[in-house]
Write a protein that binds this ligand. Sequence first.
Ligand SMILES: [Zn+2]
Length: 467
Amino acid sequence: MEGPGLQTPPDDAAAARYSFLFPIGYSNSSECGYCRRTRSGFSYYAIATSLTPAFYQKLVDRCWRRSGTLLYRPNQRHSCCPHYTLRLDSTQFRPTKDQRQAVNRFNHHILGDTYAREAARLHPRTRAEARRRHNVFDLLERVHESEAGVLKGPPPAPDHAFTVTLEPDTFTEEKYAIFENYQRLVHREPPDKISRHGFKRFLCNSPLERGSLAGPDGRERRLGSFHQCYRIDGQLVAIGVLDLLPDCVSAVYFLYHESIHWLNPGKLGALREIALAREEGYRWWYPGYYVHNCAKMRYKIEYKPQYVLDPEDLNWYLLDKEALALFDKGHYVCLSRKGVTEGATAPESTSHPPSPEAPLSTPPQHSSNSDDEDQDEEEDEETSFLLTSSMPGIPTLAEMEALDMDGLVLRSDFAEGFVLASHLVVWESESVGQVGTLKSRVAELIAAVGPDLMGEVCIDFRKRVGA
Ligand SMILES: [Zn+2]
């Protein structure tokens, strides 16, 4: 791959290999989605206009996540609720009794007694099969067991017809009806805060490019953002919003109609996604950030074995008893050093229900005249400049000053095609340490994604439609 160091800008045909990012900067969230504190969590933010799945995979493996087109990497050191990236190895997954029961209960609800009785009569299990079924819970077999299409004929028909389809993440009124119901009745959001615009913005039309990849076993894996749609008797009842990346099924959000709440849809969805990771060869399932001090997040670590991404060395560590003890002990945890920072800023418990996931946590206000209460009008440079923020896993200011970024590729409304950073008039005169300059902003973005990925990024300064 070409990258820094090239003399002439790449031609338009090269566009497909870049991910297009607009740097927003390092700032304080206006409100924490978990403890509802204001201005208590720092992250680096960027807007993605287009992302290749391979590039986004690398970002999620460096603590990034996305909420619609907004990408962010939290500073675990400066946060009321430090966010850690988790992943589960689907090939090693062993469901708990509770998880197994949820699947069995659901299958029984769909198939019904009559079907079960007749199926047992028409397709009796051998003694060995019955014993195996009693002793072994085959996740892939069980999650598909009640699906129309895999049922063995002849009739009787089951009580309900259940289907699951992986669909593009486009907006439909059918999907919006589920979102509206879920946000209002399950998530208890005020109705005036729920809109088609919000649904589209957070959960539809992601910047991830859709594609496919042949795995080492020759199987084609789908890549991109999808809605996994669950229907009972033709009615949409639940949606899993998924990012399918080269090495993972990344769970973005899960929403369902309150009428099926009693069936434990969240659990069923998670198991289904783990099964997808296993059967299609993605291997890893990413359940989203883990926030240790948030009780509502604990369900994520009931799926085991789970690994946590260390924000400093960016390696994965088994989230076992020993690791959890570190999280109990401190506020900021670094597993590679087994280091803990005592929690002076750990939030008190609150009666507010925490937002379930990132899409609904409040992104920062970017306009200078936002209607935030001005608690701290001026953040000093120390806290609003990524390169002096002591954010884990980020190069230092000195390292960024020493980095050759001349070959970086940019796009703007003032030029046709790609432009090299070194061709910009201001590039020579500005320095990385001059906070607020173009060069400094670009350096922050490159530091946040990692200098080794510079050749995969196009800094996109074009005016965004709807921005
Ligand atoms: Zn918080």
